[in-house]
Design a protein around this ligand. Structure first.
Ligand code: GUN
Length: 293
């Protein structure tokens, strides 16, 4: 049986370090890290995520501001709010929750965030720094940064000689994850929906990272014996066994079966999920320390 990574425990350690750094910054400069989270519309899942981000920011000792905008918000109104937050010296991190409602274009909003405040790591300046191997100068997207922490804890800093396969090529996860693995010297394949013989490609992976949004897609015969499997999927499926109309969360990996083949595996929930919020807090304290350094 594979070792199951406890994402909640690792996230709690990160939060402890972030809180200590936040307290130290305040003691030295009088400034507290400030995080502004912006949400437009009333998608229930997004509201749950945003509330936990705001709550965790408070728990870390940050100034935490949540802007909840109505569904009718225009592009100009949203960009005006970002412009105001860009100028606010008490705000060091700005996060605009995605997806935005259909009538709003996400990219101009994200690119209007000052790169130093882009705690999501989605601005082209931050994406470009990561792509060119500057891991210290910018801000790195939270979920890949969290997944990478698991990889480092398992394999160390240097992944020389290891094959890594990332399934998924999004700007939010797949591309930055591949860039981080490459920067750590892994031999990286970015697979996606058009990849030929995906199971065969995955079987080659010492480190297999799945971020596709398809419940339990990765089967045990896709997994190389002894591999590290990181599951980034969060899929809500019907769970009639829990009662009528009940649902539950599963990942992109068929966990029970794959755990018999892998050496290390992350669960869903309780794996990568808690790390995303922890790394958001880490990015915010980093941004604040740079602003006041
Ligand atoms: N929606 C789902 N995940 C994320 C994330 O990491 N950042 C933002 N801004 N929106 C998201």
């Amino acid at each position: 049986m594979a070792k199951v990574i406890d994402g909640k425990a690792v996230a709690a350690e990160v939060i402890e370090q972030v809180t200590a750094a936040s307290n130290a910054l305040e003691a030295q400069t009088g400034a507290r890290p400030g995080l502004a989270v912006v949400i437009v519309g009333d998608d229930p899942a997004s509201h749950v995520y945003v509330s936990s981000k705001s709550r965790m920011a408070k728990q870390c000792g940050f100034k935490s501001v949540q802007h909840t905008l109505p569904l009718e918000t225009t592009q100009a109104e949203l960009e005006a709010l970002v412009a105001q937050l860009n100028e606010d010296p008490q705000i060091h991190g700005i996060l605009v929750q995605l997806p935005l409602p259909d009538h709003l274009a996400a990219d101009p909003v994200i690119q209007s965030i000052r790169p130093e405040k882009d705690v999501d790591g989605l601005h082209i300046v931050n994406a470009g720094k990561l792509m060119t191997g500057d891991l210290e100068g910018g801000l790195i997207s939270c979920t890949p940064a969290g997944a990478m922490l698991f990889v480092r804890q398992t394999h160390g800093e240097d992944l020389s000689g290891l094959n890594a396969v990332v399934i998924g090529r999004s700007n939010l996860f797949g591309k930055p994850m591949s860039a981080l693995l490459l920067a750590a010297n892994a031999t990286v394949t970015t697979a996606h929906s058009r990849t030929k013989d995906l199971p065969g490609v995955c079987r080659n992976a010492d480190i297999l990272v799945a971020a596709v949004g398809r419940p339990r897609m990765v089967k045990p015969d896709w997994v190389k014996p002894g591999a590290t499997v990181i599951d980034v999927g969060i899929n809500r499926i019907d769970a009639p066994e829990r009662g009528e109309g009940k649902t539950r969360l599963v990942g992109d990996v068929a966990f029970d079966e794959c755990a018999e083949v892998a050496a290390v595996i992350t669960p869903v929930p309780g794996g990568v999920g808690p790390m995303t919020i922890a790394m958001l807090m880490a990015n915010t304290v980093t941004a604040a320390m740079r602003a006041h350094g």
